[in-house]
Design a protein. Structure first.
Length: 447
């Protein structure tokens, strides 16, 4: 059996035991038992020779051959069993086969050594053809040694005809058992390596998923900060600048109103920051419905910018918290873009289930068939100029909506201005009537 390196790195870069290493550990333990079995067979073979009718030179030669086998195993075979050194293994096997044939040639009791030598051929040699050749040589040599007559120095034909079938059976048994054992051991090693590869793949997949999760969470937090804290700080800066301008023109009451808005915006930002740290729902959705959150968003936008917001919210029921977050963040981003780029005098924000949005402005688009919720923010500002490039906020809005299976459409309106339409699919939910138009229609742009 070919050894493995026995180690595989885990996710943290440390070294852990692998299946191949466990097989190697089992092999080390088994080799010690093979040592014991070999020594027992050799000792029993020597005792059998001593207690049999082997006398004189034959006994001395037999015991000397057994001693050479024992020394060869201690010198080469035992080390080869642990290091898998094939040179040492084959040197020992050649010595063991030769000495076994010598012992068998002196007395038939020498065949007891075949139990050890046949086993060691399959245990020490790692090439199939070498194993088969050595087994054939051992079996054929044993048949000749049994048929050898020391008194005449010749091989008896009758004796050979008698011993050859017996050794043929022994050879067949040794080959079949050895091939089956070798196949089983190789299959076990192959399976162990496959398990190691599977574990390595699982570790790599877990690492990739972890990195992807970290990246996705980082992007989510970045988008949340952009949609909430960054916009709130922008409002604080603009309001502080307006308050300074009011003080410069000796309008303390107006400055006081601006500072009150600064405080309110800062408190809202602090609540959003706490919700973000706690991974909770947005602060406006924790204290009310989506419609109420949109109303507060529209009122604050009007207070901060002076731009009139006409809000139309349908009675949309059954939205999940994730869908509400998507719609609220989309409205925040759309109004932030109106603040930064549109120079609008009026905005319409509408939320309807599967109906046309953008009331008050022509050409804002037709609604879907009722299996969707539509949020649309339409302004009467300067519209989309040539070569407009989407920024981080709009790209983040598209990604957020797309993750929920929805779609974002941005286009100019015929009278000037821009429409941002968010459509989220909500299968099985029929459209509901508009129940709370909260403000008068916004005036059309005349520019």
């Amino acid at each position: 059996m070919t050894t493995a390196d026995g180690h595989a790195p885990d996710e943290a870069g440390t070294v852990q035991d692998s299946q191949a290493a466990q097989i190697d550990g089992t092999w080390e333990r088994d080799v010690r038992w093979w040592d014991v079995a070999f020594y027992v067979i050799v000792v029993l073979s020597a005792l059998a020779l001593l207690t049999a009718d082997v006398r004189g030179t034959a006994l001395v030669v037999s015991l000397a051959a057994v001693g050479v086998i024992l020394v060869g195993y201690v010198g080469w075979g035992r080390r080869a069993a642990r290091t898998r050194n094939q040179v040492a293994a084959h040197v020992y096997l050649v010595v063991a086969i030769a000495c076994t044939l010598v012992v068998v040639g002196q007395d038939a009791l020498g065949t007891l050594l075949l139990f050890a030598v046949f086993t060691q051929i399959w245990m020490l040699s790692e090439r199939l053809w070498t194993q088969v050749v050595l087994c054939v040589v051992l079996a054929a040599g044993t048949a000749l040694a049994l048929a050898f007559d020391p008194t005449t120095g010749r091989v008896g034909v009758a004796e050979l005809a008698s011993t050859a079938p017996q050794m043929g059976v022994a050879l067949a048994f040794a080959l079949s058992l050895g091939l089956w054992t070798a196949h089983t051991m190789r299959q076990a090693e192959r399976h162990a390596r496959l398990v190691d590869e599977l574990r390595a793949t699982q570790a790599e997949l877990a690492r990739s998923h972890h990195e992807a999760g970290v990246l996705a969470e980082r992007e989510r937090v970045a988008q949340e900060i952009h949609d909430t804290l960054a916009q709130g700080f922008t409002s604080v800066v603009m309001l502080a600048q307006a308050a300074s301008a009011d003080l410069d023109r000796s309008a303390p009451d107006a400055a006081r109103e601006r500072l009150a808005l600064v405080e309110s915006t800062a408190r809202d930002n602090l609540a959003e920051a706490r919700a973000l740290v706690a991974a909770a729902a947005p602060a406006p959705l924790q204290v009310g419905t989506l419609g109420q959150a949109l109303r507060r968003l529209a009122d604050r936008f009007t207070d901060e910018t002076g731009t009139h917001v006409d809000l139309e919210v349908a009675d949309v029921l059954g939205l999940s918290s994730a869908e509400e977050v998507v719609l609220l963040r989309s409205a925040q981003e759309a109004l932030a873009n109106v603040r930064r780029h549109a120079a609008a005098s009026a905005v319409v924000v509408s939320l309807v289930p599967g109906g046309p949005a953008g009331a008050g402005f022509p050409g804002s688009g037709d609604g879907p068939d009722g299996a969707a919720v539509v949020l649309e923010v339409v302004d009467d500002g300067r519209g989309l100029g040539p070569g407009v490039v989407e920024g981080f906020g709009l790209r983040g809005m598209r990604e957020r909506v797309a993750a929920s299976g929805g779609e974002v459409t941005v286009h100019g309106t015929p009278g000037g201005g821009t429409s941002v339409r968010v459509e989220l699919p909500v299968p099985g939910r029929p459209p509901a009537p508009v129940t709370s138009p909260a403000a008068t229609p916004a005036p059309r742009s005349t520019s």
